[in-house]
Structure formats: structure tokens, C-alpha cells
Ligand binder design. Sequence first.
Ligand SMILES: O=C1O[C@H](COP(=O)(O)O)[C@@H](O)[C@H](O)[C@H]1O
Length: 257
Amino acid sequence: MTETSVVVHADAGVLASAVAARLIVKIIDAQAERGWASVVLTGGRIAAAMQRAVLELPARDAVDWSRVDLWWGDERFLPAGHADRNETQAREALLDKLPLDPARVHAMPPSDGPDGDDPDAAAARYAAALAAAAKPGHAELPHFDVLMLGVGEDGHVASIFPEHPTAYVVDGTTMAVRNSPKPPPTRVSLTMPAITTAEEVWLIAAGADKAASVGMAIEGAGPVQLPAAGATGVDRTLWLLDQAAAAHVKRGHRSLR
Ligand SMILES: O=C1O[C@H](COP(=O)(O)O)[C@@H](O)[C@H](O)[C@H]1O
């Protein structure tokens, strides 16, 4: 059974740098144990702040970045290099400044990639890449040490939206997303069953506009109504919040930092 914790930081800046520190330590621990680490990135504002914060921490040099696999939880299906792609954001904020092995940076295909403007083919291609990285006998996914998720104002995670067809998907590892309520309308996403295979899931949210959804998700809302409520890790589910996003979380459910 997953252990769930809620950690509340003073503001978005402290949150970003605390998550960055946590991520570095998680990667160091995974590499000490098995030689490599596998991380699933998310997009959005707090994710970008966290990515920038990783660069500012001297402990980043304790990571062997050439032995880190990077995946994405979702992607806005746009041309390569588009400013709104989660990949572009991560590359600009962090990845382009790290000595990563390019073969281990597994971005989701863009809309002008090998499959053209076909999100189903792009999702299938990503599913194949995930399956190719899985250990023999380990079904369709590699091990994920940590899978990070931003939380939308409406409680969406990755590109799984409340009451949207994506919230009802119970099989497969990836999916094309159409008619997303948040632009752009076409996306590619991991499915909820894929997300919940991660060793640890970290849900990261900052700002008062996230407070209602975060509060309801932690207090027991259903995952179709609030996908954030269904995103759990196998060993651990960690809510990493600033004070404003935690405003509706009951005192007994949080530890203040
Ligand atoms: O569209 C998306 O939004 C969420 C949250 O973004 P934020 O700016 O409100 O933090 C993000 O986590 C997701 O990956 C992304 O595609």
C-alpha cells in the first residue's frame, strides 16, 4: 500500500528549490543502488521553476547525468521546438545545460515528427519506446524511480482531464488526447495505469488557484472527477505544495516545512 505524505512549503520559490533538492537526492540514491535512475518529467509553471532550481544547486554535480533516463508524463502535440511543448520548456530550463546521454532523453514525438500530425501514431511510438526500455518479463514499462506531475486548476494531471474520455482509460500505457479542455487541444499522455506503476509519484502544485482541486483530491475525491486523486505511486505518493495550494488541506493531513 502506498504511503501518502503532504509537505507544505512557504511559497512557490521554496517549493521549487525543495523539490529540486529532493529530486537530486532521489537520483543519487537510485544510482548508488543500481547504477542508473529513471525520472518522468512534467510540464507547467512550477515544473519549470523546479527545473531551473536543479541547476542552481551545487549537489547537481553529485549526479551522473549520463546515467539518467528521462521520460515525459505528457506532451502538447505541437511541432518540435514549439515554446509550448513540455520538452522545449525542460530543455531550455535544464536539460540543455546538463551532460545527459541524448539516447536516454525520451521526448514524446512532436506533430512534425516521424508520424506527422497523427497523435495516435505518436502515442503508439512512445508506447513502443517504453516497452523497449522495460526489463524482459516486466510487461510494457521501464521502472520509474520518480514520476512528477503538475496539478492543473481543474485537478488534471499529465493530460488526463476531469470527466474527459482520458479519465476513463484503464488499459495501455500511452494515449492520444483530443479535445483537451486546456490548450492545445491535441496531446499525448501516459495513461493512469502507467502513471501508477512508478515507485514514487510526486504531485507538485503552487498557488491559490490550485487549492480547491488539491484539497478535494487529498480529502478523497474520485479519480474521474479529479484525476490528481488517482495518481499514486507504488511505494510512495508525495504531495509537494506551497501554502497557497495547501489552503484547503486539513491540518492533520500535512507536515509544514
Ligand atoms: O498542460 C499542462 O498543465 C499541467 C499544469 O501546468 P501549470 O502551469 O498549471 O503548473 C502540467 O503539469 C502538464 O504536464 C501540462 O501538459
